[in-house]
Design a protein around this ligand. Sequence first.
Ligand code: ADP
Length: 218
Amino acid sequence: MKTQFAVIGLGRFGGSVCRELYQLGHEVLAIDTNESKVNEFTTHATHTVIANATDEKALTSLGIRNFDHVVVAIGDNIQSSVLCTLLLKELGVPNVWVKAQNDYHHRVLEKIGADRIVHPEQDMGIRIAQHLSSEKIIDYIELSDEYSIVELVATSKVADQTLADLDIRATYGATVLAIKSGEHMNVSPLPTDIIRLNDILIVIGHNNDLNRFEREGL
Ligand code: ADP
């Protein structure tokens, strides 16, 4: 059976989530109070509906309880976002992901049972700062407070050497998961594989180890 998604609030964030899910081939119900927003999404969602997601009757009549995954992307109105999340959890939606505005909003969402709370602006800000702070960092995924995956550009310091020569795991405690060379992605690199200048190394490890590798190893 296909996963059923619903996206509530079609602003920049909710709109992007909706478009992308639909493009990935999922069934998506797009909901917003704003008629013109809803009209914009008729070609970017399976179904669109004008509804107020803080209205329990409206949510029930949409059969929202049958959706596996609901994304609450109501922008500035924290009260509506909280009320909507509460209703969705009470109606038994198994996965409710919510965009939080600030730390207080986050804490309330946590208390009422939101399954995942996201801070897209802050997360993107961190990624961009990481990228700006070092030309070697292409991208960055935070796995936990301590562990991350980073994409690093191979400099002349490591170019034309094998993974065995560099022994990154022993020296830095970080593991090279994959090497991207132009369009070619090597997802199970061998110790004998040679790194070329400007290859992208996808490396997992403790943030301290990754920092040390990026500063000293590259
Ligand atoms: P972003 O910061 O992601 O651009 P916006 O604040 O621009 O977010 O968009 C939030 C969207 O949520 C708007 O399109 C707004 O009409 C919609 N919205 C706000 N309250 C409700 C509600 N109670 N039910 C459904 N949609 C809502």
